[in-house]
Write a protein of this length. Structure first.
Length: 254
């Protein structure tokens, strides 16, 4: 019996020592310190890039014409010339337009004279009617004549204003500071109303126009800065969206 007890005791002691060794290893492992960087994970929107081709054009581009008729009598500028706002570019013979203005002024003078006579007759018939010396019909005729003559004066004044405006367009002036890039007439050419005469572009600032698909329109916001790459160069420039035209491309219907 003693031998058996000693043997069990030895086994128990061995297990006890083994358990102590394992606990010591766990305690040693739990004391190890690790260092790591932490980051906060949050949801964010990633912008979707849109790549399109556009056209760079002058900020101000005007093809000048006139309502005046007559031959070109003088050219003041040539291609490539720099001009300032108000400078004279072309001159059209104003004799035809001056004659139209004179006719309108003559017609206005006649209308004013007829209106003055109609006003005098109206006062006379009004006095006769008050004295029961004329009929209601005669008074009504006098009123109608006065109103007709007054309308003729207004019509004549409008004709004078229109003829004067056309006569002033015999001299073609630059609408802004810029450069002459095209000429469509020469001295001696007959000018008709609306015919293109000369083209002027500004040198200060340029506009970039481009077309995007209807599905991408919501990505465009006024005031947004965009990156632009010029053809045949490695230079990038920045532009700001200033206008958004809600129109479809007639070719693609987009």
């Amino acid at each position: 019996m003693k031998i058996r007890i000693l043997f069990l005791t030895a086994i128990s002691l061995a297990y006890a020592l083994t358990g102590c060794s394992h606990d010591s290893k766990l305690a040693s492992a739990s004391e190890t310190t690790l260092q790591a960087r932490t980051h906060i994970v949050a949801e964010s929107k990633v912008p979707r890039l849109i790549s399109v081709q556009g056209i760079i054009q002058a900020q101000d581009d005007a093809v000048l014409s006139s309502r005046a008729m007559g031959p070109v009598v003088r050219e003041r500028v040539g291609l490539g010339d720099h001009v300032h706002k108000g400078d004279v570019l072309l001159e059209i013979d104003e004799r035809m337009n001056g004659g139209m203005l004179a006719q309108a002024q003559g017609a206005l003078a006649q209308a004013k004279a007829a209106d003055a006579l109609a006003a005098t007759n109206l006062r006379r018939f009004q006095a006769l009617y008050d004295a029961q010396a004329c009929s209601q019909l005669e008074l009504d005729m006098a009123v109608m004549q006065h109103e007709t003559s007054t309308g003729a004066v207004r019509q004549g004044q409008g004709a004078v204003d229109a003829a004067a405006a056309v006569s002033n367009e015999s001299t073609i002036r630059a609408p802004f500071d810029g450069v002459v890039v095209e000429k469509f007439v020469n001295v001696g050419d007959l000018v008709a109303p609306g015919r293109p005469l000369i083209r002027v572009q500004t040198k200060q600032g340029h506009d970039l126009s481009f077309t995007v698909r209807s599905a991408d329109v919501s990505q465009l916001v006024l005031g947004t800065t965009i990156n632009c790459k010029l053809d045949n160069t490695d230079r990038d420039v920045h532009a700001t969206i200033t206008e958004i035209a809600p129109s479809a491309d007639p070719m693609t219907h987009h």
